[in-house]
Unconditional design. Structure first.
Length: 150
C-alpha cells in the first residue's frame, strides 16, 4: 500500500514539473504572439500566472491530499521530509520530457512539409530546461521541499 502512496506523490510532482517545463517552453511563442497582436496581459502574464498558481497548488498540497487518501502513516522510502520523492520526480520527469520532446522534434523536422521555427524553438527550450532540471535536481528538490514545508 505504501508503494502506491509514494508513487502517487511522485506522479503529482511529475505532473507539476511537466507543467512547469511546458509552461516555460511556450513562453517564447506567447511573446512572439504578443508582438503580433499586442495583447500582453492575455498572452503572457495571465498564462504564466495561471500555470504558476496550478503548479504551486500541486506542489503545496500534494502531500496533504495523498496523506488524507492513504491514512497509514508509514513511509515506504523511509524519508520523512519527502526530499527523495521530489528528487525522483524531477529526474523521471526530466528524462521523460527529453525523450518525448526529442522524438517529437525529430519527427517535426524530418516528417513535415515545412519547418515551423516557433515549434522547434519551443521544443528545444523544453529540452534545455529538462537538462537544467537534471543538472540542478538536488538544488531544485531542496527549494521545492522548503516550499512544501512552508
Amino acid at each position: 500500500m505504501m508503494i502506491y502512496k509514494n508513487l502517487f506523490k511522485i506522479s503529482i510532482n511529475f505532473i507539476a514539473i511537466k507543467l512547469f517545463v511546458d509552461c516555460i517552453s511556450i513562453v517564447p511563442e506567447k511573446i512572439h504572439e504578443s508582438f503580433l497582436k499586442g495583447n500582453w496581459m492575455n498572452n503572457v502574464i495571465f498564462y504564466l500566472l495561471l500555470n504558476f498558481i496550478i503548479i504551486f497548488l500541486l506542489l503545496r498540497f500534494n502531500n496533504y491530499v495523498v496523506d488524507k487518501v492513504f491514512l497509514k502513516k508509514e513511509n515506504y522510502l523511509i524519508n520523512k521530509d519527502y526530499l527523495s520523492i521530489i528528487k525522483i520526480s524531477i529526474i523521471i520527469c526530466a528524462y521523460y520530457i527529453i525523450f518525448t520532446t526529442g522524438f517529437s522534434l525529430v519527427s517535426n523536422i524530418f516528417f513535415t512539409n515545412g519547418i515551423d521555427f516557433s515549434i522547434i524553438i519551443g521544443k528545444l527550450s523544453s529540452i534545455i530546461i529538462s537538462f537544467l532540471l537534471l543538472q540542478f535536481s538536488d538544488i531544485i528538490a531542496e527549494k521545492i521541499k522548503s516550499l512544501i514545508n512552508g
